[in-house]
Design a protein around this ligand. Structure first.
Ligand SMILES: *Cc1c(COP(=O)(O)O)cnc(C)c1O
Length: 391
C-alpha cells in the first residue's frame, strides 16, 4: 500500500485518498406528490382530525389485499404489533416463546412484556434468520409460539418451519412472522405476512413503509384477530394509528412493488460485486425449491473474521461516504435468568459481532452512485486483503 500516490483512486479516504462516493444517499422518506396530494385531501375534508375514519378503513383494506390476509389491525408501532401478535396467538404468562438469538431487540422485550419466557435458538451460518434444523432442542411442553423474523433481506422459510413442527408432532405451536423489514417480499409468489398465524408490519421512520411511527398485525384467523382487538382495547384503542398516519401510507403501498424491484436490482448487483471481490460473505437465501422475492430494509454483510475490527471497517467505509452501521447486538449475552438458551448460539454471536448494514436509501441510487459504492467496497477490500496478506 505504501507505494500508492496521493491521487491514486484506490487510496482510502482515511489515508488521505479521495472519498469514493460524492453525493449523499437519496432522501428517506421520499418527497412524493401522491403523499402531498393525500394529505391535502384530508385537510380539505377535516378527516385527519377524527379518531377513526375512512383513511384507516382504506389502509386496512389495502393491507388486506396487498398481504393476502383477511384481518388487519393497525397499531402504533412494529414493537407493539409484535406484542399484540403474540397475545393474539394465545401467549400468556409463563409460556415459552422461541426466537432467534439474533433479532430486533424489541422482540425479546415483547415476550417479556407478556410475562412469557424467551427461548433462544441459533440462526443459520453466515446469516440472520432462525435455523429451523436446530429448533427441535428448543421446543418444550411450554412452547406456545415461535417468533420468526425475516431479517436484512434474508427470507425465513416459514412453510418449512410449519412442516418441521408437524413432523415433531407440534403442529399446534403458533408461528408469528415478523415482516417489519421485508414488506412486499414473497415466497413462491405468496406475500410474506400471509405465512404466520399472525404477522407484523412496522411503519417506523426508517422502514420501507413509513409514517414516522406505526405498525400493523395481520392474520387469516378470525379468533386471533378478535384477541388482537381485545388486547388493543381499553374502551378506546390503546395503541392507535392515526388517520394522518394512515393517509401517508396508501401511496407508499401503491409504490412498494416498483420500489422494491429497484432496490432488489441494486442489492443483487452490490451483493454480486461484494462476494467475489471482497471475500466478505454475502448472503444466500434459505428457501429452497421456491422463488424468493426479497425486500431490503438494509443490505447486510458479515465481515470476515481475523481481519479489520468492525469499528475500523465502519469508520473507513463511512469516510468513503457509505451510509453503514452495525447490525443488532443479539441476545447471546442475556442473563439466563431472563431466557433459556438452547445452544451456544455460535452463529448468533458471529452475526452480532461481524454484521454491517448498508441503509436502504442507497439502493435507490442512480447507476453512477451504485458504481461509486462498488468502488468504495473494492478500495476497502484491496487495502484490507493486502494488509492481511502482509501479516
Ligand atoms: C423495526 C422492527 C420492529 C419494530 O418496529 P418499530 O415500528 O420500530 O417499533 C420489529 N421487528 C423488526 C425485525 C424490525 O426491524
Amino acid at each position: 500500500m505504501a507505494q500508492l500516490n496521493k491521487s491514486d483512486p484506490l487510496k482510502l479516504a482515511i489515508d488521505g485518498g479521495p472519498p469514493a462516493i460524492t453525493q449523499p444517499p437519496p432522501a428517506w422518506p421520499i418527497a412524493d406528490a401522491a403523499i402531498h396530494h393525500a394529505i391535502a385531501r384530508a385537510l380539505d375534508d377535516s378527516s385527519w382530525g377524527t379518531y377513526h375514519g375512512p383513511w384507516l378503513d382504506q389502509l386496512e383494506a389495502q393491507l388486506r389485499r396487498t398481504f393476502d390476509v383477511s384481518h388487519v389491525t393497525c397499531c402504533s408501532s412494529g414493537t407493539v404489533a409484535v406484542e399484540l401478535a403474540l397475545r393474539g396467538v394465545g401467549v400468556k404468562e409463563n409460556d415459552e416463546v422461541i426466537l432467534a438469538g439474533y433479532d430486533f431487540p424489541g422482540n425479546f422485550r415483547a415476550i417479556e412484556a407478556i410475562g412469557a419466557i424467551p427461548v433462544l435458538t441459533d440462526v443459520v451460518a453466515d446469516g440472520w434468520v432462525m435455523d429451523f434444523e436446530a429448533i427441535e432442542t428448543a421446543v418444550s411442553d411450554k412452547t406456545v409460539a415461535v417468533l420468526v423474523s425475516h431479517l436484512h433481506g434474508q427470507i425465513a422459510d416459514i412453510p418449512a418451519l410449519r412442516q418441521r413442527m408437524e413432523e415433531l408432532g407440534r403442529g399446534q405451536i403458533q408461528i408469528v412472522e415478523d415482516v417489519c423489514q421485508t414488506p412486499g417480499g414473497a415466497i413462491g409468489g405468496q406475500p410474506l405476512g400471509s405465512f404466520g398465524d399472525a404477522s407484523t408490519l412496522s411503519f417506523g421512520g426508517s422502514k420501507l413503509l413509513s409514517a414516522g411511527r406505526g405498525g400493523a398485525v395481520l392474520t387469516n384467523d378470525a379468533k386471533i384477530a378478535q384477541r388482537i382487538k381485545i388486547a388493543n382495547d381499553r374502551g378506546n384503542e390503546a395503541y392507535p394509528l392515526s388517520q394522518l398516519q394512515a393517509i401517508v401510507l396508501g401511496p407508499q403501498i401503491d409504490q412498494l412493488e416498483s420500489m422494491n424491484a429497484q432496490r432488489n436490482r441494486n442489492a443483487h448487483r452490490l451483493l454480486q460485486s461484494i462476494e467475489p471481490m471482497t471475500t466478505l460473505s454475502g448472503m444466500s437465501q434459505q428457501v429452497t425449491g421456491k422463488t424468493v422475492t426479497p425486500a431490503f430494509f438494509k443490505l447486510p454483510v458479515i465481515l470476515k473474521r481475523g481481519r479489520w475490527a468492525r469499528e475500523r471497517w465502519l469508520y473507513a467505509a463511512q469516510t468513503e461516504g457509505l451510509p453503514v452501521g452495525s447490525g443488532f447486538r443479539g441476545f447471546t449475552k442475556r442473563s439466563s435468568r431472563r431466557c433459556r438458551k438452547t445452544s451456544t448460539l455460535e452463529n448468533c454471536r458471529i452475526a452480532a459481532e461481524q454484521t454491517v448494514l448498508l441503509h436502504h436509501p442507497i439502493l435507490r441510487s442512480d447507476d453512477q452512485t451504485i458504481e461509486q459504492i462498488e468502488q468504495a467496497l473494492r478500495k476497502l477490500e484491496i487495502t484490507i486483503s493486502s494488509e492481511t496478506e502482509n501479516e
